[in-house]
Design a protein around this ligand. Structure first.
Ligand code: KIV
Length: 267
């Protein structure tokens, strides 16, 4: 095991001591290696892989086999960070048994240390069943992309008093069910602050403002690799697409003009 291996206890300590938890997504080994070596606390193999890598128009189409395939690749690149696999749509909705069996695959076949499930009170028995089987669970409330159509689209959640109250209650239910942390996606910063203040477990925000105990973003968004659309909550730290395009065009032009390969690339 790597020195300073991150565990769920580190997240708890960070919340207690006011430290901020960092989490990014990865879907392949080289990216996982870079994220791990940068010292990020947790790597999430998100079902966002469906949109930013596989070209689907939502995360709903992502399968267990696709998730396991990408988790295995990421596992080979991560030695220090805590590795979480995202349970895809319909891998935990039908029954507790299904949820445990599929969560088990993330751990046994892909080497993940925890799984993430979307939803509030409606998934609490799934969460408890998975935890009873010995697998830590990261909850995810607010905008839950797997059920975005039920929410009326990709929109900020918890704006009305009723919906805010529901999210506050869901957070408490998931904490009671045993989640080690909660992702809060697209909720007003003040509500996220309230949930964070109430919760004994860390909150990790995405589009949920600065009061959360940590932040998670999709790596392809922050490096400017996925630029089909850029959500308001994303900060682009690089614009890698432009660099890739330039390199590909240079290769094309040099090959066509005959200036590549040069003597230094030949045997
Ligand atoms: O699928 C994903 O990448 C996620 C995070 C952005 C939280 O669920």
């Amino acid at each position: 095991m790597a020195e300073n291996k991150v565990t769920i206890l580190d997240f708890k300590h960070k919340k207690e001591n006011g430290g901020k938890i960092t989490m990014l997504t990865a879907y392949d080994c080289p990216m996982a290696r870079l994220i791990d070596s940068a010292g990020i606390d947790a790597v999430l193999v998100g079902d966002s892989v469906g949109m930013v890598v596989l070209g689907y128009d939502s995360t709903v189409r992502v399968t267990m086999e696709e998730m396991i395939h990408h988790c295995k690749a990421v596992r080979r690149g991560v030695t220090r960070a805590f590795l979480i696999g995202d349970m895809p749509f319909m891998s935990y909705q039908v029954s507790d048994e299904d949820a445990v069996r599929n969560a088990g695959r993330f751990v046994k076949e892909a080497g993940c240390e925890a799984v993430k499930v979307e939803g509030g009170r409606e998934v609490s028995s799934r969460v408890s069943a998975i935890i009873d089987a010995g697998i830590p669970v990261l909850g995810h409330i607010g905008l839950t992309p797997q059920t975005a159509s039920k929410l009326g689209g990709y929109r900020v959640q918890g704006r009305s008093a009723e919906s805010a109250g529901r999210l506050i209650d869901d957070a408490a239910v998931l904490e009671k069910a045993g989640c080690f942390a909660l992702v809060l996606e697209c909720v007003p910063a003040s509500l996220a602050g309230k949930i964070t203040g109430n919760a004994g477990i860390p909150t990790i925000g995405i589009g949920a403002g600065r009061h959360c105990d940590g932040q998670v973003l999709v790596t392809h968004d922050i490096i400017g690799y996925f630029d089909k659309f850029i959500p308001k909550f994303v900060k682009q730290y690089a614009k890698i697409s432009g660099t890739i395009l330039e390199a590909v065009r240079d290769f094309k032009n040099e090959t066509e003009s005959g200036s590549f390969p040069g003597d230094e690339h030949s045997f």
